[in-house]
Design a protein around this ligand. Structure first.
Ligand SMILES: Cc1cc2nc3c(=O)[nH]c(=O)nc-3n(C[C@H](O)[C@H](O)[C@H](O)COP(=O)(O)OP(=O)(O)OC[C@H]3O[C@@H](n4cnc5c(N)ncnc54)[C@H](O)[C@@H]3O)c2cc1C
Length: 436
């Protein structure tokens, strides 16, 4: 994560504090604080919409699209907390004049927006809800944000919309609404690159899809991903996939593992010649320098490393690639990665197959890599549970969080409720065992 993006979002929410508390004619400071919370919540919600629209040039500020979605999620959660406080602490002020019907409507819309958002934020951190249903509830948040904006514009307040506080927060609201309108546009009206499926191949239980450009193609860097829409493949919904191959002739390849209903249906519905719309390229997952590196791929997490291995300079520092799979038969593109390891003297491949009794842990990695581990950059792509276990264990071997890099292979990351529930259940069952 690039902290600049995070600080930028945080700093923009502090500006109205200065604007409000420098108002000289407001004696009720508690109500003013409540008003500030409302403004901060609106700014955070506007950021949520702006980030979801993926404006060009924003990725470097946050460190990649995957990290943008993490900031987007937390902006929404903090906004919800601020809104609840804004509702609890009385924001009403005396002496602002008589309320009109418009002011009353603004008040009602504020309430609707608050309770609607409360329900939707709870739904949006519930990662067990099927993605295609979840996505619609998430989109509805924009409509509630619009209701919140109306509330802000027309509610009675101790400053005018032409004052700095009104202009500043109002501009954020309008930018957020414009971003929301952009996300609602039909996909064919937004920029995309047309491709056609030129080859389909089964590999280690996954489907490798080669795409040939049908116009101007993309020029992704190894490790980047695209958001793909397979027209006519049953469900016409966009899904992110890393480019597992970047051909010199403009072809791209993605390798898809069946992890849910859409990815499972692809193998049955896709055909050579079919149209694919690709948005991107996105992501800032790239090797950190040319020094010693350890790449760890968990299952289908191999995809970005395939493109890295292809592009690896044989004169760069040594790379240990640990490929964790259930069995070698379930390892997508194994032959291809073995070829790269044979051709490049600085690439060592280590297969870790759980069905054969091997598991990757920090200790096992230290044994594979040896003393150079503490001087290596470790890069990970795979299941979150494996990543967390390694991140914790590797600190003992001198791999600090700054030297542990990873790609979020999941945009919808939750807030750790599942982990919390697991911990509680574990500690309760331990206590019960000790008690009995
Ligand atoms: C940056 C990135 C790169 C990825 N690269 C690859 C890859 O190279 N190969 C590969 O097999 N998988 C990759 N994935 C994962 C892949 O996008 C999901 O497995 C796929 O979208 C699941 O869709 P589903 O409907 O089949 O599964 P579901 O069971 O519906 O979803 C499984 C999980 O995937 C996520 N998901 C589902 N639909 C979408 C969507 N439209 N957009 C975003 N997330 C969604 C949800 O969080 C859900 O919990 C990548 C994901 C990301 C974020």
């Amino acid at each position: 994560m690039n902290p600049v993006g995070f600080f930028l979002v945080a700093a923009t929410t502090l500006v109205p504090a200065y604007q409000l508390f420098s108002l000289s004619n407001v004696p009720d400071q508690i109500a003013l604080f409540s008003q500030y919370l409302g403004l901060a919540a609106l700014i955070l919600m506007a950021w949520g919409q702006i980030l979801a629209a993926r404006p060009p040039g924003i990725e470097p500020v946050f460190g990649g699209l995957d990290r943008i979605y993490v900031v987007h999620k937390w902006a929404g959660i903090v906004a919800m907390g601020s809104l609840l406080l804004h509702d609890t602490i009385d924001a009403e002020m005396r002496g602002l004049g008589r309320e009109t019907a418009l002011n009353e409507l603004a008040e009602t819309l504020g309430e609707i927006s608050l309770y609607g958002l409360l329900i939707l934020v709870v739904i949006s951190v519930a990662t067990f809800i099927p993605y295609h249903l979840w996505k619609w509830t998430h989109k509805a948040m924009g409509a509630l944000f619009a209701a919140g904006t109306f509330h802000f514009f027309f509610i009675m307040k101790p400053f005018a919309m032409s004052d700095p506080a009104g202009l500043y927060t109002g501009s954020f609201c309008l930018a957020g609404l414009a971003a929301y309108a952009w996300t609602l546009l039909p996909d064919h009206l937004r920029p995309f690159h047309p491709y056609k499926v030129s080859k389909l191949e089964e590999t280690g239980g996954a489907l490798a899809i080669t795409l040939a450009p049908d116009g101007t193609g993309l020029k992704p860097d190894p490790g980047q991903f695209g958001i793909l829409r397979f027209a006519g493949a049953g469900k016409d919904e966009p899904h992110p996939f890393s480019f597992s191959g970047i051909g010199p002739n403009g072809t791209l390849r993605v390798t898809v593992k069946a992890l849910g209903d859409f990815t499972a249906s692809l193998a049955k519905t896709l055909d050579v010649g079919q149209e694919v719309r690709v948005q991107g390229p996105f992501g800032r997952f790239r090797p950190s320098g040319n020094g010693r590196q350890v790449w760890i791929a968990g299952g289908i997490g191999i995809t970005p490393f395939l493109a890295w291995a292809e592009a690896l300079d044989p004169h760069a520092g040594h790379v240990h690639l640990c490929y964790c799979v259930r069995s070698c038969a379930d390892a997508p593109h194994l032959a291809e990665i073995q070829e790269h390891a044979k051709a490049k003297p600085n690439l060592s491949l280590h297969m870790i197959a759980s069905a054969e009794g091997s598991r990757l842990s920090a200790e096992a990695l230290a044994e594979i890599v040896g003393a150079e581990l503490s001087q290596s950059e470790v890069v990970f792509c795979g299941p979150v549970s494996l990543r967390r276990a390694l991140q914790g264990g590797l600190r003992r071997y001198g791999v600090t969080p700054r030297r542990f890099h990873f790609e979020e292979f999941e945009f919808r990351t939750g807030v750790g409720l599942k982990r919390l529930a697991e911990r509680v259940l574990k500690s309760t069952s331990t206590e019960t065992r000790h008690g009995s």
